[in-house]
Design a protein. Structure first.
Length: 170
């Protein structure tokens, strides 16, 4: 029975690495309004909707650290945020909410907005960047919408993966 859990975790790891490579390859994903999506946010959130709290936290840290490496930002900024968020999403998905497409989109909107707004505050606003409002309106807001728009792909892929492998566990 543990064999299928490890297969599922291995598949998630491969998925995260593939989405990271797609996200970081210049020109592979077209820029919309000068922004590229953060593909690992929807991936981490959708995994956390189908996995245990501990596994979700670990995948959140992994996705967050890859985001830190890719964005050349402070190491641990995204990792800490996504680990905490994924842990709580897993608990909420197991106990309070029904896991479906609508809740996935709502969670994606809330978490993506919070993370992208925190990026703007910590990397532009607190450093007294002269064009902070311009950066928000022309870079961070389009990034938010582009990131949320990729959630259906991540949700349905991880849902199918979780259902297929879990059906073999029983």
């Amino acid at each position: 029975m543990d064999k299928y859990k490890y297969i599922r975790y291995f598949a998630y790891t491969i998925e995260i690495l593939v989405f990271f490579m797609v996200q970081e390859t210049p020109g592979l994903i077209p820029e919309l309004f000068g922004a590229r999506p953060l593909l690992l946010i929807p991936v981490a959130l959708s995994i956390s909707m189908f996995e245990s709290a501990t596994a979700s936290m670990i995948f959140g840290v992994f996705c967050g650290l890859l985001l830190d490496f890719g964005a050349s930002s402070m190491l641990g900024f995204h990792g800490l945020f996504l680990s905490v968020v994924c842990y709580f999403i897993s608990l909420i998905a197991a106990n309070l909410i029904q896991t479906n497409f609508l809740t996935a989109m709502i969670i994606s909107m809330i978490v993506s907005a919070a993370l992208i707004l925190l990026q703007w505050v910590f990397f532009y606003l607190l450093f007294d960047y002269e064009y902070a409002v311009y950066a928000l309106t022309d870079h961070f807001i389009p990034r938010f919408f582009y990131t949320v728009a990729t959630m259906p792909v991540a949700y349905y892929f991880n849902r199918a993966l979780a259902i297929q492998i879990r059906s073999k566990e029983e």
